[in-house]
Design a protein around this ligand. Structure first.
Ligand code: TYM
Length: 329
């Protein structure tokens, strides 16, 4: 049997190159290897852990699904679906909540960060990682390709799987995280101390996958750099330039050493000008495909519907077992 890969993106904010380099780019490689059963989900139930405008949310869900297809996720090779179309996610989330220690949820870094920005902290935000565990465990997932920021949530998922298995008998596969060496944590262009984020208030923090070329050039031009002018990778002393080098390397498929060599003795302005073009070129094919796909939302919807039907087959098998194990009739 092929090993199962599951991952997802929350349709909140603007999908940015951190999501692409940290997650989606890995997904495509894994899909193309043909070695795995690949499942990619648009996790709309996660998006509503922060208040969302319903109309905007609907548009975002379609945008993320369309972006999945535009970046190369192929419905012939991978399952693509919307989380809320498979109600087992919510049901398993509930059951897992009943074995999740409150303290574990309260110590999650993302919960701490996100709750600081909210006027009133809602229970859904606290329970976010349990829902993520449900997503992963429903499909008996072996590997979860994500950026570094999700590591803590996957550790919690592993803990819950082991706890459930110990308490009720072998039920869930215990998943492993799958994290890229470079690209696992792309930092903000406006502040290399914090990760690039799709919900950042300042749009100069990120490059969105759908940013037009002139915006990309402008954002790279104003990206912060470090005090000494050398183009050298040094995460401690030169965090901003190191981040730009990582982005360059991932888009151009070049090693950091190759890029350092190319810009030896040259200044930031030449480096940044080239970097902007590398990103513009890197995103052009997916942007063109997005424009085409966007014209036919019905076709995208049909793919998502079919994906949900297929996902339900696996999810319902897991759920029958779970219900039986915990003593439901
Ligand atoms: P989300 O929507 O915040 O991010 C989607 C993916 O992008 C990665 N990522 C980054 N990688 C590198 N550098 C960055 N600056 C950066 N920002 C984001 C994230 O690590 C993630 O892989 N909880 C998840 C969604 C989710 C999920 C799941 C993921 C729900 N259920 C089950 C995997 C499996 C989230 O909010 O990701």
């Amino acid at each position: 049997m092929k090993k199962v890969i599951f991952s997802g993106i929350a349709p909140s904010g603007t999908i940015q190159i951190g999501n692409y380099l940290g997650a989606i780019k890995q997904w495509i490689k894994i899909q193309e290897s043909g070695e795995f059963r690949t499942i990619f989900c648009v996790v709309d139930e996660h998006a509503i852990t922060i208040p969302q405008d319903p109309e905007k949310l609907r548009a975002k869900i379609m945008e993320v699904a369309t972006l999945y297809l535009a970046t190369g996720i192929n419905p012939e090779k991978s399952l693509i679906f919307i989380q809320s179309h498979v109600s087992d996610h919510a049901e398993l989330n509930w059951i897992l909540n009943t074995i999740t220690p409150l303290g574990e949820l309260q110590r999650m870094t993302q919960f701490k960060d996100k709750s600081q920005k909210q006027k009133s902290i809602l229970a859904g935000l606290l329970n976010y990682p349990t829902l993520m565990a449900a997503d992963i465990l429903l499909y008996q997932t072996d590997l979860v390709p994500v950026g570094e920021d999700q590591l803590q949530h996957i550790e919690l998922t592993r803990m819950l799987a082991k706890k459930f298995n110990a308490q009720f008998g072998e039920t869930f596969t215990v998943p492993e995280p799958m994290i890229n060496k470079t690209g696992a944590r792309i930092m903000g262009l406006d502040n290399p101390e914090h990760k690039m984020s799709k919900s950042a208030e300042n749009p100069n923090n990120y490059i969105a996958l759908l940013d037009p070329p002139e915006i990309i050039r402008k954002k790279i031009k104003v990206a912060v750099t470090d005090s000494s002018s050398e183009i050298k990778y040094d995460k401690e002393k030169k965090p901003a330039v190191s981040n730009l080098l990582a982005i360059y390397g991932l888009f151009a498929e070049k090693t950091i050493e190759e890029i350092e060599k190319k810009y030896q003795g040259k200044g930031y302005s030449e480096f940044k000008k080239d970097l902007a073009e590398v990103i513009v070129e890197g995103l052009a094919p997916l942007q063109a495909r997005y424009k085409e796909l966007e014209k036919n939302p019905d076709a995208v919807m049909a793919i998502l519907k079919k994906g949900a039907e297929k996902a339900k087959e696996t999810a319902s098998q897991t759920m029958s077992e779970v219900r039986q194990k915990i003593g439901f009739i």
